[in-house]
Design a protein around this ligand. Sequence first.
Ligand SMILES: [Zn+2]
Ligand SMILES: [Zn+2]
Length: 187
Amino acid sequence: MHTNQSKPKNKALLDLILLGHVNEMAVSIVAANLQTIIGLNTDIRTVIGDPDYAFVPGRNQFDATRIIKTLCAITDGAPLKLGMIENDLCTPILTFVYGESQLGGKAALVSLHRLSAEDPAVTYQRIAKISLHEVGHLLGIKHCWKTTCLMKHSSNLEPLDSLSMYFCSACEYEIKRSMEVLVNRNT
Ligand SMILES: [Zn+2]
Ligand SMILES: [Zn+2]
């Protein structure tokens, strides 16, 4: 009857991993949005230094796939990892990515590099949207075709800016189900 009360209620389920210097306000806003929109408690950790091992010479970018592999190798802390980086990201296939994630996996990554707007509020909104989208993938949610849903794929800033700050009801339902599984496994 009282089993729930012995569980730590605020245990972090996701660690924010900072790869080099990352704008503090952006980190706080991402943590706040993961908490309010998905219900994910987060811990903020710092990894000092840029991920030089993932630098792609000649492109001045970092390989998102390699960084995600490194985030996956972290065995302590929360079960999910979201890396944040200010440098530009690419993958072996794509010339740039705002973020990258393992579908139903452990680690995702977000770059602030291409998200700047004249209005800082818009910049932070973009960072929050990409973070929520990539964490949605971590929770097993695929791309959605509804035009304003956070799980809709944005290939550039225009569609990103037209997204709402919410998941559609179908994606929200799937996220709630994944969250229940995650909470049960980790408390
Ligand atoms: Zn996506
Ligand atoms: Zn959706």
